[in-house]
Design a protein around this ligand. Structure first.
Ligand SMILES: Nc1nc2c(c(=O)[nH]1)N=C([C@H](O)[C@@H](O)CO)CN2
Length: 122
């Protein structure tokens, strides 16, 4: 499987479990690795034959910017769900980190991997 990736996507959003965090926006930094088969696009040189990473980025920027989750776990899972179900991506790795959320640490967050079957309806 090939991978299309997007790194260091910085988005301002409401996120956190504490009262003060519900009143401000904080920066989350997102890295994505998305499974793809790029062989056809490499033959045709056509954007229609591959996953358009700009379309993915626009959708995630819009979703995260309007969201207000408490946990990075919830945010990362919702991002993965959008990428798998709306963009027909068979595998995604999502890294979400909050800059400076823990004193003494540069960043903290979660790394998840999801596949099509994780979001298959019953
Ligand atoms: N596993 C998690 N632990 C914590 C989270 C989280 O989202 N997942 N969040 C917080 C606070 O919001 C923290 O980021 C504020 O500094 C604490 N622990």
């Amino acid at each position: 499987m090939d991978l299309i990736y997007l790194r260091d996507l910085r988005i301002e959003t409401v996120i956190g479990i504490f009262d003060w965090e519900r009143e401000i926006k904080q920066t989350v930094v997102i890295d994505l690795e998305m499974g793809a088969d790029i062989r056809r696009a490499a033959e045709t040189d056509a954007i229609e034959d591959t996953l358009d990473y700009k379309s993915v980025a626009k959708r995630i920027i819009s979703f995260v910017g309007e969201s207000s989750f408490q946990l990075v776990e919830t945010l990362s899972d919702r991002i993965a769900r959008i990428i798998v179900t709306e963009f027909d991506v068979p595998y995604v790795k999502v890294v979400v980190n909050k800059q400076g959320a823990v004193r003494g640490s540069r960043d903290v967050g979660v790394i998840i991997e999801r596949r099509t079957e994780d979001y298959a309806s019953a």
